[in-house]
Ligand binder design. Structure first.
Ligand SMILES: *[C@@H]1O[C@H](CO)[C@@H](O)[C@H](O)[C@H]1NC(C)=O
Ligand SMILES: CC(=O)N[C@H]1CO[C@H](CO)[C@@H](O)[C@@H]1O
Ligand SMILES: [Ca+2]
Ligand SMILES: [Ca+2]
Length: 578
């Protein structure tokens, strides 16, 4: 080999190494901000963008790489911002476009990425596009899904039996246009017609607009609802088959969703958006822009959102396996199955993500018990890939009590006082706890849009900063561990040691072995890790303990005998490298 070709080879290898560097999002720690409840900067009791900007340093403090913010665009707030009336304007309640630009600028200084919540399935009925569509204006006529319905014995009936997620018919009669429009969510959230290429282009332009404004990507809302089945030659839609477990035609579960969610066209919409992101990056440079998609679909369908043989999809199709399937009594085998199932079904070359909470679900500590808060944070942050944490979960916030009178969530308000608690998403949306002072330091005003949870004096940023083994400090310690090469890039084995204890082994040649252990129930357990993992080093030490632990950081322990206290989760590190 000549010198020149060796140099060329070396250069080639160098380039390869650069190419192979993991993109930023692959092992990122994401944090979901629900802006209404994060931080109020002007005393009106509602969180806002300047509040977020004020607290970006906090995100840095807790090791967050990127934040996705629930919608803050112009909206009449029938669904608290998920009903957008102008896709390119900030709602005055949250601030101005200038406030948004300041937030992005500050985030860039701190190297915190900003992900926008993109809500493509529907707009508000107060959106200019809908108003024009309802008026029958040529360009906008087919922006939404319209149908005259049927006359039966002189009475007008909706086109199908489809039910809205928020109860009642998914069709609403429009007096002006003398037709029904489809709304899979609130009647103030009419569904777009994605079979109309003009609508698709309109949405593509929304993406381009925010990319220009400097966002690092989009979290795509409710994507599985985007397409409905195509109308037949007469423009009619079929009824969905009945489910037999409810006789209440207003209940969402009344029909089996075969025509209103998960249509085969939907992932291709995401592929189209990914191309827009790629194109933008080609023209503008910078780090990779990403798509995170929300789809509550069967796991095989979720996998399609990663892409197909020829097209790239979303980098992060949300993994709702843990959120959807785990419950209070799930044993370690169930955890093991759910985690390994995702890892094995994921297409080669793709990365995993882990989610346990969001603004639609009860708080982790309320769903699984306050004693398991650290356990879930440790699980999410020591599994391979990226983690997604809902605001306040790092503090172990619990559901706040919200009386029927104070309830504002449409999903609960459309129901009844007797069972509103089962439907309400308000308890997980109460204001963030910053201090143990008045109204938890959320606002300088005298009132908040939802009540502050009663236990804020124990669970807040200020108090937890000062307690060495608080949830907050455990969370921060986890973020340090995530910088370790093994946890960042290592291979993974997930095993139930018994029905009670789950073990996650992370290992990388030339580095320490890490094992996270989770005692899911309330007995003391003793485990021999050699029962489930082969070739382990003998000696470990505690790399992370919690307030349940009797051991301390750095204490030595043998792999053949590890004792775990009730609900204790820990991270062990081998004393030698492999
Ligand atoms: C993958 O998706 C692209 C873009 O939607 C489509 O053109 C292509 O036919 C699909 N390929 C396969 C193998 O399904
Ligand atoms: C988790 C999440 O983002 N849920 C949202 C899904 O979309 C509906 C309608 O836009 C919202 O109401 C939910 O909050
Ligand atoms: Ca405010
Ligand atoms: Ca739709």
């Amino acid at each position: 080999m000549t010198t020149w070709s060796s140099i060329a080879l070396l250069l080639g290898l160098g380039l390869l190494a650069v190419d192979a560097a993991a993109p930023w999002w692959q092992t990122a720690s994401f944090y979901q901000i629900y802006p209404r409840s994060f931080k109020d900067s002007d005393g009106d009791g509602i969180g806002d963008l300047n509040g977020v900007t004020e607290k970006l340093e906090y995100l840095k403090e807790i090791g967050v790489t990127a934040t996705w913010l629930s919608p803050f665009l112009r909206s009449p707030m029938a669904d608290f911002g998920y009903d957008i009336s102008d896709f390119k304007e900030v709602d005055p309640l949250f601030g101005t476009m200038e406030d948004f630009e300041n937030m992005v600028a500050r985030a860039k200084q701190l190297n915190v990425k900003i992900i926008l919540d993109f809500v493509p399935n529907h707009s508000s009925d107060e959106c200019d596009w809908f108003i024009r569509s309802a008026a029958g204006e040529e360009k906008y006529k087919d922006y939404y899904i319209w149908h005259p319905g049927f006359l039966e014995n002189g009475e007008r009936k909706p086109p199908t039996n489809w039910v809205s997620v928020f109860r009642g018919s998914a069709w609403e009669w429009h007096e002006g246009r003398q037709e029904y429009y489809l709304h899979q969510f609130h009647k103030k959230q009419p569904d777009f017609n994605f079979r109309n290429p003009v609508v698709r282009e309109e949405m593509n332009n929304v993406l381009r607009f925010w990319l220009e404004k400097g966002v690092d990507g989009f979290r795509v809302d409710a994507i599985y609802h985007a397409f409905e089945v195509e109308a037949d030659a007469n423009g009619n839609y079929p009824d969905e088959p009945r489910n037999d477990w409810t006789n209440d035609p207003d209940e969402y579960g009344y029909t089996h969703k075969i025509y209103t969610v998960d249509q085969p066209e939907t992932p291709h919409l995401v592929y189209e958006w990914r191309e827009i992101l790629e194109q933008f990056q080609k023209e503008n440079g910078g780090d990779e822009r990403i798509l995170m998609v929300e789809t509550w679909s069967p796991i095989e369908i979720v996998m399609h959102y990663y892409g197909n043989e020829t097209a790239e999809g979303a980098q992060i199709p949300f993994n709702f396996q843990l959120i959807s399937n785990l419950h209070m009594d799930s044993d370690a085998y169930h955890y093991e199955y759910l985690i390994n199932n995702w890892l094995s079904l994921m297409p080669t070359g793709k990365s995993a993500n882990w989610v346990i909470g969001n603004h639609d679900k009860n708080r982790v500590g309320s769903r699984f018990g306050a004693d398991r808060v650290d356990l879930f944070n440790i699980l999410l942050l020591t599994l391979p890939g990226c983690s997604i944490t809902y605001q306040g979960e790092e503090l172990g916030m619990l559901d706040g009590y919200v009386s029927w009178e104070d309830t504002v969530d449409p999903q609960a308000c459309n129901g009844y006082e007797e069972n509103y608690m089962a439907m309400s998403r308000d308890p997980a949306r109460t204001p963030m706890h910053w201090t143990n002072g008045k109204l938890a330091g959320f606002t300088s005003g005298s009132d908040t849009w939802l009540p502050v949870a009663q236990d804020y004096a124990q669970r807040n940023v200020q108090t937890e900063r000062g307690a060495p083994l608080s949830h907050l400090n455990v969370f921060k310690r986890l973020q340090q561990l995530r910088q370790e090469p093994t946890i960042e890039q290592g291979a993974t084995e997930v095993k139930a040691v018994s029905g009670y204890v789950l073990a996650v082994k992370r290992y990388l040649s030339g580095n320490y072995v890490y094992i996270s252990l989770f005692n899911i129930f309330d007995n003391i357990e003793n485990v021999n890790l050699n029962d489930v993992f082969s070739g382990l080093p003998d000696n470990f030490q505690y790399a992370l303990v919690t307030d349940k632990s009797i051991k301390q950081l750095g204490d030595k322990v043998s792999a053949s005998s590890v004792t775990l206290m009730p609900h204790e989760a820990v991270v062990l590190r081998s004393t030698t490298t492999i």
